[in-house]
Design a protein around this ligand. Structure first.
Ligand code: NDP
Ligand code: CU
Length: 566
């Protein structure tokens, strides 16, 4: 083995201990072809992709969602990937400690020139294992013009398939004999197989001294953050190789569908090896997210187990709000009607009022929830504005609850749209209450209030749909930063104001009627309160002098000497 290494000139390099230096996020520029591959479905975060985009959406247009205030909304940001820095999912541990034996810079240049194709030749990679993931990855590399060698125990089984996408197949022994100059190996074998290699397995010889890309995932999440990652265990098993964790958050389906644009965490102890792998990630149309030390693979291996984490608080809150309004509609519109009828005519209870429960009550609850959630999208931005004015800077963190609230706005916004859409569709069929109860409130169909009430609701919903559409990555990439931010900010507020008007026309004349017929205020009175508070709080921020100060703060200027001194 040592002879083999000397022959390929590696042994003298791999003895070196090179401390890693800096962590770096390899993000493409807005001009990067990767970004312009439209339309890309972005892994798990497709549809209205507020989350992965570095841009702010309508529900984040104020108060700088980049909570630490390091991203300036006034200057163009790369469309994808900016979120990796402010929203880095894990802390990168200090990088000062000496690490494992790593590839030296010389070796890296050698690897790069041979593998990255600096001399005009094809970039090369070995994929170990011909399972679903191994073959999907090999295919993807071949499509990115790599020279791919798939190493299998049974090459004849997959030869035809691999040939079709332009790859080669070999056994481990053949690969070791003929492909010694291929420096990067993707280990696409189940982890337990790597742990139970036979003593006479030829694999260690093949992997010796190479960059090993560990794509393995755990079978269940690791609850103990102190436990070593599979990548670290692999590194211990092959101390003369350089292990880099990457690609594990993708699925074989994503790879074979040609989907790109997803952020792929890359971590390993060697800076240069990470750079090589990051470049490979980029070549496949993904966005490398350099997470530094291999220790971070502990978190990275847990990522595939994350299940709607970001959505849980927003969904729970929306459900509570919806349930509350549903209860109010039942009391206000149904029970109240029964009691009133019973009192006036002493007739038997008319259960037929509940006939509209499934449609009209649901529709009203959805409308109320939508407006309430819309207020919750804008209120934190307004509060953040006051906080920034008070502090005189954007370079300070928001309190924890405000921070989490701001980060949850994208989810709240989408749930708002969902509720508004249900309301819109339900009302398409006509509401019995518009004809009966509604006519008392909004006036007869001939009056100006009824069509204005309808129009404000319809326009609000349509604009909200446009907002949602422009937040889709495939649409947003076709807009400049300025276009995007203007649409999101101004259209967002238009949606909000129109939705408020929709309710104002509904409760017109009855807003100050506090008779509380069934001991609860009307649904209109309840639902309008928070939006009004939000708008009233917003108004002082629009005063020219306040607006200028706030704009300066958001451009990064300090306007408070107190803060500067502090
Ligand atoms: N499937 C997916 O979507 C994803 C998978 N991963 C990770 O990728 C790795 C591979 O996954 P996947 O392709 O689904 O796994 P599979 O079980 O489908 O394939 C693994 C391959 O390993 C080889 N193999 C199996 N047993 C042995 C053995 N005893 N000795 C040597 N080689 C063996 C086989 O290839 P051959 O017969 O050619 O030797 C087999 O096809 C795993 O670590 C997994 O966690 C990560 C992200 C997503
Ligand atoms: Cu409505």
């Amino acid at each position: 083995m040592a002879e083999g290494l000397e022959r390929v000139g590696l042994l003298k390099h791999i003895e070196e201990w090179t401390p890693a230096t800096s962590s770096r996020t390899l993000l493409p520029s807005p001009q990067d072809p990767v970004l312009n591959q439209a339309p890309l479905t972005v892994g798990a975060s497709s549809y209205f992709d507020f989350s992965a985009s570095g841009r702010q959406n309508a529900f984040e247009s104020e108060g700088q969602p980049d909570v630490d205030g390091m991203v300036d909304v006034s200057s163009p940001q790369p469309i994808l990937g900016t979120s990796s820095t402010p929203h880095n999912p894990m802390p990168v541990p200090p990088r000062s400690a000496p690490l494992r034996p790593t590839l030296s810079t010389d070796l890296h240049s050698q690897v790069k020139s041979e593998m990255i194709g600096a001399n005009g030749q094809k970039k090369q990679v070995i994929v170990l294992g011909s399972g679903d993931f191994g073959l999907a990855l090999a295919n993807r590399f071949a499509r990115a013009s790599y020279s791919v060698l798939v190493v299998s125990r049974n090459p004849s089984r997959i030869r035809q398939q691999v040939r079709e996408f332009g790859g080669k197949v070999a056994t481990t022994e053949e690969a070791h004999r003929h492909e010694e100059d291929m420096r990067v190996v993707v280990v696409a074998l189940p982890f337990r197989i790597m742990q139970n290699l036979d003593d006479d397995s030829p694999l260690p010889d093949l992997l010796e001294g190479k960059i090993l890309i560990d794509v393995s995932n755990r079978e269940k999440p690791d609850m103990d953050p102190g436990n070593r990652s599979q990548a670290e265990i692999l590194q211990m098993q092959f101390p003369r190789s350089t292990v880099v964790k990457a690609f594990n958050i993708l699925s074989s389906h994503t790879l074979s569908q040609g989907v790109g644009g997803t952020q792929v965490p890359v971590c390993g102890n060697d800076d240069e090896a990470r750079a090589v792998v990051s470049e490979m990630v980029q070549d496949l149309g993904f966005i490398p997210q350099d997470l530094g030390h291999l220790m971070n693979a502990r978190e990275v291996e847990n990522m595939p187990f994350v299940f709607f984490t970001a959505w849980k608080p927003a969904l729970l809150l929306s459900l509570v709000i919806w349930g509350f309004f549903f209860l109010i509609t039942i009391i206000n519109l149904d029970v109240c009607l029964i009691v009133r009828n019973h009192k006036t005519s002493n007739a038997t209870i008319d259960w037929s009022v509940f006939n509209a429960l499934a449609k009209d009550n649901v529709s009203t609850s959805c409308a109320s929830t939508a407006l309430f959630l819309l207020s919750l999208c804008y209120l934190p931005g307004v509060l953040a504005g006051y906080l920034q004015l008070f502090r005189g800077t954007k370079y300070s963190e928001f309190p924890c609850c405000l921070d989490r609230w701001m980060k949850g706005r994208k989810q709240l916004g989408l749930i708002m749209l969902f509720n508004a859409a249900i309301h819109g569709v339900c009302e398409l069929g006509g509401s019995e209450r518009i004809g009966s109860v509604g006519s008392e409130r909004i006036g007869s169909r001939g009056s100006w209030r009824y069509p204005t009430f309808l129009a404000s609701g319809i326009y609000s919903l349509l604009l909200a749909c446009i907002l949602g559409l422009t937040s889709m990555r495939s649409v947003s990439v076709s807009l400049t930063w300025r276009e995007f931010s203007r649409i999101q900010r101004y259209m967002g507020w238009m949606v909000f104001i129109l939705a408020i008007l929709h309710i104002v026309f509904l409760v017109w004349g009855n807003f100050f009627n506090f008779s509380f017929e069934c001991y609860v205020p009307s649904i209109g009175q309840l639902v309008i309160l928070l939006p009004l508070v939000t708008v009233l709080l917003k108004l002082p921020l629009l005063l020219p002098s306040v607006d200028t100060t706030l704009t300066n703060i958001r451009l990064g200027c300090f306007v408070s000497s107190a803060h500067q001194n502090g």
